[in-house]
Design a protein around this ligand. Structure first.
Ligand code: CUA
Length: 321
């Protein structure tokens, strides 16, 4: 078959066939009832036509069992579809813990990607076959949408907040990547491909390339360059700002009494709009870094903070709550 034109894309991820099953079930159900209703309309139109004297055309009220049946009969069908769809939804949107994190920054009109090993690419994403991959995505400007038809997956990539997409490719090869949200003049050119490789080949590919600095290493350099350490100590002692050692994933109390979790979005917000979330007991003196640090740089700093939490000695006596 012509590979350029396919009525139905290949199914190349662990969820693709499940999505197709639900899709075809809905199509089949729709066709069944459409044909049934259209057929009945036609049948009754002929049977009760003007001039057919053999039928009684007097208006009777519909009997109660008939009224009830068209209310009660569709309910189990609809609930069945609901629970089927919901369970699939949870499967698609709950990433497994062991997924490899790859960062995605969308920008008019390209996809910038970075592997955990540091290798970067634009518009092409290399991933290992039969291994879960999680994309942490954000937009530098307007709303874009990461869409891989062969994986049956699409997720908006929005400015100001991280969104997540995970998948497990099941077929080796190249698959098309589209931007599925109108984002300006060259929206239709914002296309790329996902290259699925054997895990060994993928490891070899990772080792190649020129930009192989892991994000947390770049993050550490940025931390130096922007002198973050002049307020935020890395040894747990108190500075002008809270220490950043071992805080990732913990809860922190703000000066407005709210308790929030230190996660990717919290750190990003603290860098761009520091005054919005000031930790209890500190002054709102941190300047904003909006316009100075790109979304990529912020992701790298977050990677650095995560790595510090992983390295932090457990003996510090920190509580999770
Ligand atoms: Cu990006 Cu359309």
């Amino acid at each position: 078959m012509n590979k350029e034109f396919q009525l139905f894309p290949e199914a190349a991820s662990s969820v693709a066939s499940s999505v197709d099953e639900l899709y075809f079930f809905l199509i089949g159900l729709t066709i069944f009832f459409s044909v049934l209703v259209a057929g009945l309309i036609l049948y009754f139109a002929i049977k009760y036509r003007r001039g057919n004297r053999h039928v009684d055309r007097l208006q009777h009220p519909a009997p109660i069992w008939l009224e009830l049946s068209w209310i009660l009969f569709p309910i189990p069908i609809l609930l069945f579809i609901f629970f089927w769809g919901a369970s699939l939804f949870f499967k698609i949107y709950r990433p497994p813990d062991n997924a490899t994190e790859i960062t995605v920054v969308a920008e008019q009109w390209m996809w910038k990607l970075q592997q955990p090993s540091g290798r970067r690419e634009v518009d092409t994403l290399h991933v290992p076959m039969n291994q879960p991959v999680r994309l942490k995505m954000i937009s530098q400007d307007v709303i874009h949408s990461f869409y891989v038809p062969a994986f049956r997956l699409k997720q908006d990539v929005i400015p100001g907040r991280y969104s997540t997409l995970w998948f497990e490719p099941t077929k080796e090869g190249e698959f098309q990547l589209f931007c599925a949200e109108y984002c300006g003049t060259e929206h239709s050119q914002m296309i790329g491909k996902v290259v699925v490789m054997e895990p060994n080949e993928y490891q070899n590919w990772l080792a190649g390339g020129t930009t192989n600095e892991p994000p947390e290493v770049t993050g550490a350099k940025l931390f130096e360059q922007y002198r973050c350490g002049s307020c935020h100590t890395l040894d747990g002692t108190r500075g002008r700002g809270p220490s950043l050692i071992g805080i990732f994933g913990k809860q922190v109390r703000l000066n407005n009494g709210r308790v929030v979790k230190v996660d990717d979005d919290y750190i990003r917000k603290s860098i761009y709009t520091p005054a919005a979330q000031v930790v209890e007991g500190y002054q709102p003196i941190m300047p904003t870094y909006e316009g100075q640090l790109s979304e990529e740089a912020v992701m790298q700093i977050i990677a650095y903070m995560k790595s510090m939490t992983q390295q932090a000695p457990a003996a510090q006596g920190e509580k999770t709550e």
